[in-house]
Design a protein around this ligand. Structure first.
Ligand SMILES: [Zn+2]
Length: 363
């Protein structure tokens, strides 16, 4: 029994005398779900782009082509509505420059808008930094929060990353960056070659020396560690040293695991158990409909249960609620059934049978 007053939970368990009780039937009452990583502007896609097992570089080519040929239309509103319908109450969304605030504001949700920043060459750094100032300045705290999204090591010049980290610290806004996502990314950092170099050359964006040679994700984590708050998106190929680095900074740095997207690309098994054992804050996200079938966080959690049977189901629920909220910096408002927190709850119909473990019924 959860007692709510307006938009706040006031007690959990036996309700105070005299309150009106509503019986929701055979449901699990959950805190509203948290999607720590999405690209809502791709929410009008019916199916992921490409076939399962596609290489990340080939998939990026399809995304670029899609963005060039298909107007975004009402995709963001569609994605927000789909998320709300699936019980999601807070989202970390990566938005393209030129995104429309009215679309985010049209569906009442707690959205952190991470402005996507891409500048693979030094020449493009200045204009990217100008975008950052405008984005932070226009944030409407009542309707959306500003975040910064330096895209990935292969698309962000080190000068841009340093500037974004400084602005994050000075203006107290979070950063979300795709990191250690693919083997090809590690290859580019290590050798300066491979499929990502070919892609950058094709796009006319390859500059010898722009991407540091002999680098690894740990170098990026060192730079990012000075930011106000960091969400490392994916982290599929983080090694033990990088996991330990993140565990030491679990209050301000987190990793966002996108389970069905991870499976779509056929990456190596996700190091979830290692991260949790080390003490890393791990939250869940859907990523976009370009690599996941929908924006349903419960489906993401069910996928984690399936792929990681050795992880406690109570832990899996936390990854998609409290830990994802902590990653976004809104754990004090969302993510658990506690007095004072948001009364935006999620209800999940349960099967008509009993089980010793309630999580079995939920998942
Ligand atoms: Zn992403």
């Amino acid at each position: 029994m959860v007692t709510v007053d307006g938009d706040r939970i006031i007690s959990v368990g036996r309700p105070p005398a005299g309150v009106k009780v509503e019986d929701l039937g055979n449901v699990a009452i959950l805190p509203g779900l948290i999607n720590a990583h999405a690209h809502l502007d791709l929410s009008d896609l019916c199916d992921p782009l490409g076939e399962p097992g596609i290489s990340l570089v080939d998939w990026i080519r399809l995304v670029i082509d899609h963005r060039l040929t298909t107007p975004c239309g009402r995709a963001v509103e569609q994605g927000l509505q789909e998320s709300v319908d699936c019980g999601t109450v807070a989202i970390g969304d990566v938005a393209q420059p030129g995104w429309q605030a009215e679309q985010i504001e049209s569906v009442p949700t707690d959205v952190t808008v991470f402005l996507e920043l891409i500048a693979p060459t030094a020449q493009r750094v200045g204009s990217a930094i100008e975008l950052v100032e405008g984005h932070i300045g226009s944030a409407n705290a009542a309707l959306w929060h500003a975040g910064l999204g330096p895209h990935a090591p292969y698309s962000v010049h080190p000068k841009l990353l340093s500037a974004v980290v400084s602005l994050s610290a000075a203006r107290r806004v979070p950063i979300a960056m795709h990191l250690a996502e693919s083997r090809e990314e590690l290859e580019l950092l290590r050798t300066g070659g491979g499929p990502f170099r070919e892609l950058l050359e094709q796009l006319g964006a390859w500059r010898p020396g722009a991407i540091p040679h002999g680098a690894r994700p740990l170098d990026y984590l060192h730079t990012l560690a000075s930011a106000h708050r960091v969400l490392v998106i994916h982290g599929n190929y983080l090694d033990d040293e990088e996991i330990a680095f993140l565990a030491d900074r679990a209050e301000r740095m987190s990793v966002i695991y996108c389970p069905r997207t991870h499976s779509f690309f056929g990456h190596r098994p996700y190091p979830l158990r290692e991260m949790l054992a080390a003490g890393v804050t791990v939250g869940l996200g859907t990523d976009s409909r370009a690599s996941a079938p929908d924006l349903n966080m419960l489906a993401e959690m069910r996928h984690v249960v399936e792929k990681h049977p050795d992880i406690g189901r109570d832990v899996v629920l936390r990854l998609g609620t409290l830990d994802a909220a902590r990653a976004l910096g809104c754990g004090h408002r969302f993510g658990s059934l506690e007095p004072g927190k948001s009364a935006k709850l999620a209800f999940v119909d349960l099967p008509d049978r009993d089980a010793a473990d309630p999580y079995e019924l939920l998942f």
